[in-house]
Write a protein that binds this ligand. Structure first.
Ligand code: FES
Length: 269
């Protein structure tokens, strides 16, 4: 199975080894991490990384061809029509199931930001409001936090610890921000800012996806403090900081009368 766990772009223009085709003008350098597994040779799946020059309008399928033709001929993947019809090149790309021939390089650069908007739309915009209407704000916070954490258990480098940490952080901070503002743009902005700053500025993995930021960083120390390969979301520091901050947001929401009672309690009153 081929899983592309992360693709990041940079523009250093230093590529160009002997035997490789010339780098086109305007190309960016991608670092492509591919999860590979050959049951006849490998005990476990492992990740291999490749640096590939590509134009923003190139399809990811072209990038895989480049790797196979010029860097590592052992790479194998399915493709057929190359035009988004047959579905044979379906892969997990940056945590989402996509057709490799339909993903453009430029799409990948903003994928974590788009993911933040989509996740907030689903978890705070739809699920939270649905649960809150019947069971009240606290039940909605608990339910959406739990589901949010579970939704990340299949991410690259995820563990139960990382999912529980995300439950607390997202539930308290993003849920609290929504309850206080009653405006979906606030948790969307917070979420996108978190992903962007962590990944594209500080070079720290975002929800298990390896990133390439403005600085070159390397997490070290106990996994419980650093979050390990999953990133800072799995760190106890993130959890401990998010609890009081989230409680303040929820407390402020309560003072402004923005907490909703369960329907049965409201009816009884
Ligand atoms: S190769 Fe046929 S859908 Fe992508």
């Amino acid at each position: 199975m081929t899983t592309i766990s992360q693709v990041a772009a940079e523009t250093d223009g230093t590529y160009g080894a002997v035997g490789l085709p010339p780098v086109p003008e305007g190309a960016v350098m991608l670092t492509v991490h591919i999860q590979r597994y050959n049951p006849e040779l490998d005990e476990l799946p492992h990740t291999e990384s490749y640096r590939v020059p590509a134009l923003p309008g190139d399809r990811l399928l072209n990038v895989l061809h480049y790797i196979k033709w010029y860097i590592d001929g052992t790479l194998t993947f399915r493709r057929s029509c190359a035009h988004g019809v047959c579905g044979s090149d379906a892969m997990r790309i940056n945590g989402r199931n996509r057709l490799c021939c339909k993903v453009l390089v430029k799409d990948l650069i903003g994928m974590t930001i788009v993911a933040a908007f989509l996740e907030e739309l689903l978890f705070r915009g739809i699920l939270f409001r649905f649960v809150e209407e019947f069971a009240g704000t606290w039940a909605a916070l608990i339910a959406t936090s739990g589901l949010f954490g579970l939704a990340h258990i299949t991410n690259a480098n995820a563990t139960w610890t990382s999912s529980i940490a995300i439950m607390v952080e997202a539930g308290m901070l993003l849920g609290g921000a929504y309850v206080l503002a009653r405006n979906l743009w606030v948790p969307m902005g917070l979420h996108a800012a978190w992903n962007f700053t962590q990944g594209f500025v500080f070079d720290v993995p975002v929800s298990g996806n390896d990133m390439h930021g403005l600085v070159q960083a390397k997490l070290s120390g106990p996994v419980l403090l650093s979050g390990g390969a999953f990133g800072l979301e799995a760190s106890m520091i993130g959890v401990v900081l998010s609890i009081p901050l989230g409680l303040i947001l929820i407390w402020l929401a309560g003072r402004r009368g923005r907490l909703v009672q369960p329907r049965w309690k409201a009816n009884a009153d």
